[in-house]
Design a protein around this ligand. Structure first.
Ligand SMILES: *Cc1c(COP(=O)(O)O)cnc(C)c1O
Length: 461
């Protein structure tokens, strides 16, 4: 058998010089800005002063800054990005062959770090700014565990104490995730806990509860607000996180430029929207400025369909209802998604930036059920020899559907998708799939109505 080397390499890594030195702020090129965050106490757009008790100063500024197009990546953050970046742009030759498609498929692989996902890109930035401000600690919540792991790594690097409230059911079911965080020095507390007022209240009212993401966020926020020099940090949804994740798209675009390629379609999975917004950022810039017109496709789980069945409305970012409200596609902060193995995609709302772009017709969204997602994950793993995270498998499925359409029409389109992470901590999900025990669940309109009923009443503005 003769083997022929492909003219385009399987994996392209940028050089030091080619690496982006700035993040790109998509809002600077949007014709209309996303709706502002609103303070639920005053019903007015939040000010920097109002955000500062919750977020560290520089991040609060980034949150409100819709004008600055490029933001320098601090030297210290660039230095630690170099430990695991650039991430490769991969030409999925074997997936193309397995699908027998004329389409060219590329993916940007963000799973090459211990946290196993793109979340480290923002965790490092957030930990750096907190350290620089002289803060003494951070708090956060984690559901599935990826964000908690990424932030633990980041805090270990910058020498910052971290408390992670981990939803109790995950704490018990994912002991390895918990211990990964502890390896990096984080204090991991199962939520609800006795360490906060809100936790004690929930434990009294619902003894034996297995916890929820909303409850864990409430505890993390309370802990930050009641501990001196401590702030709360969030791993997705926010504008600041979207800014940091632009590194994904900037690298991908540069690598495609080098190859003389440009995507016809860009596909990403959407939980809170940060990886998708980061991946599409420079391509959306081309769209907004009229330079190019790629299609942009968000893929979400049918069990938590924020884009495809949600409302575009002001909502709370979590059930605690203290922090600012954001206008976004949402299922309502009271929506309780069914158990789904892609834990990172179970959030009720969507990045306000992406929500605005979707609302204005700049992007599309599709939803798939989880058995189909795992079929795609297994197909991809065999072809490309990477075991994908269930979240990432949504993007795989979306890209495969595009490629199969090309097979029907004979079009040789170029597809780019985001492979956000690896699935080594998700083997229970793979096991259920292999055993044929996985179920699909699509919420009824009545189920969704319960979530919509929890939306806050906002006076017309
Ligand atoms: C958290 C996570 C996601 C979803 O988060 P976004 O903010 O929507 O990007 C996707 N993939 C992986 C592997 C994750 O850990």
């Amino acid at each position: 058998m003769t083997s022929k080397l492909n003219p385009i390499p399987y994996r392209l890594y940028l050089t030091e010089e080619q690496m982006p030195k700035q993040w790109y702020n998509l809002r600077a090129d949007m014709k209309e800005q996303p709706a502002p965050l609103i303070n639920p106490a005053t019903m007015k757009p939040v000010s920097l002063e109002e955000l500062e008790p919750i977020f560290c100063r520089e991040l609060a500024k980034q949150e409100l800054d819709g004008q600055t197009r490029y933001v320098d990546i601090p030297q210290e953050v660039q230095a630690v990005y170099r430990m695991y970046r650039p991430s490769p742009l991969v030409r999925a030759y074997n997936l193309e062959k397995a699908l027998d498609t004329p389409a060219k498929i590329y993916f940007k692989f963000e799973g090459n770090n211990t946290s196993g996902s793109h979340k480290l890109n923002s965790a490092l930035a957030q930990a750096y700014y907190a350290k620089e401000q002289g803060l003494k600690g951070l708090t956060t919540e984690t559901g599935a565990g990826q964000w908690g792991t990424a932030l633990s790594e980041a805090c270990a690097h910058f020498g910052l104490p971290l408390t992670v409230y981990m939803v109790k059911v995950s704490y018990e079911q994912k002991p390895f995730r918990r211990d990964a965080m502890r390896t990096f020095g984080a204090n991991v507390i199962p939520s609800p806990s006795e360490t906060t007022q809100v936790g004690r209240k929930i434990l009294t009212e619902h003894p034996g509860t297995s916890g929820s993401l909303g409850c864990a966020i409430s505890e993390a926020v309370e802990k930050a607000l009641t501990t001196p020099d401590t702030r709360y940090v969030l791993g997705s949804v926010l504008n600041q996180v979207v800014l940091h994740q632009s590194i994904i798209g900037l690298e991908a675009k540069k690598a495609m430029d080098i190859l003389g390629e440009y995507p016809d379609v860009v596909v990403g999975c959407a939980g809170g929207g940060s990886n998708l917004a980061g991946l599409i950022a420079p391509f959306m810039q081309d769209k907004l400025t009229g330079k190019a017109d790629p299609r942009i496709v968000a893929v979400e789980p049918a069990s938590c369909p924020s884009f495809t069945r949600g409302r575009y409305a002001y909502d709370f970012c979590y059930t605690g209802r203290i922090t600012p409200m954001a206008k976004m596609y949402t299922l309502g902060s009271g929506f309780i998604p069914s158990p789904n193995h892609a834990g990172g995609l179970r959030y009720h709302g969507m990045s306000p930036i992406l929500s605005k772009l979707y609302h204005d017709g700049y992007m599309e969204a599709v939803a798939y059920e989880q058995t189909g997602i795992f079929e795609a994950a297994v197909f991809f793993a065999k072809a490309e020899q990477i075991l994908p995270a269930p979240e990432s498998a949504h993007a795989i499925k979306g890209a495969m559907e595009e490629a199969l359409r090309c097979k029907e029409t004979g079009e040789n389109k170029t597809i780019l998708f985001g492979l956000t992470g690896t699935g080594y901590f998700d083997m229970t999900a793979y096991h259920n799939f292999m055993e044929g025990n996985m179920q699909d669940y699509i919420p009824t309109d009545e189920d969704l109505q319960k979530g919509f009923d929890s939306l806050p009443q906002i006076p017309e503005m």
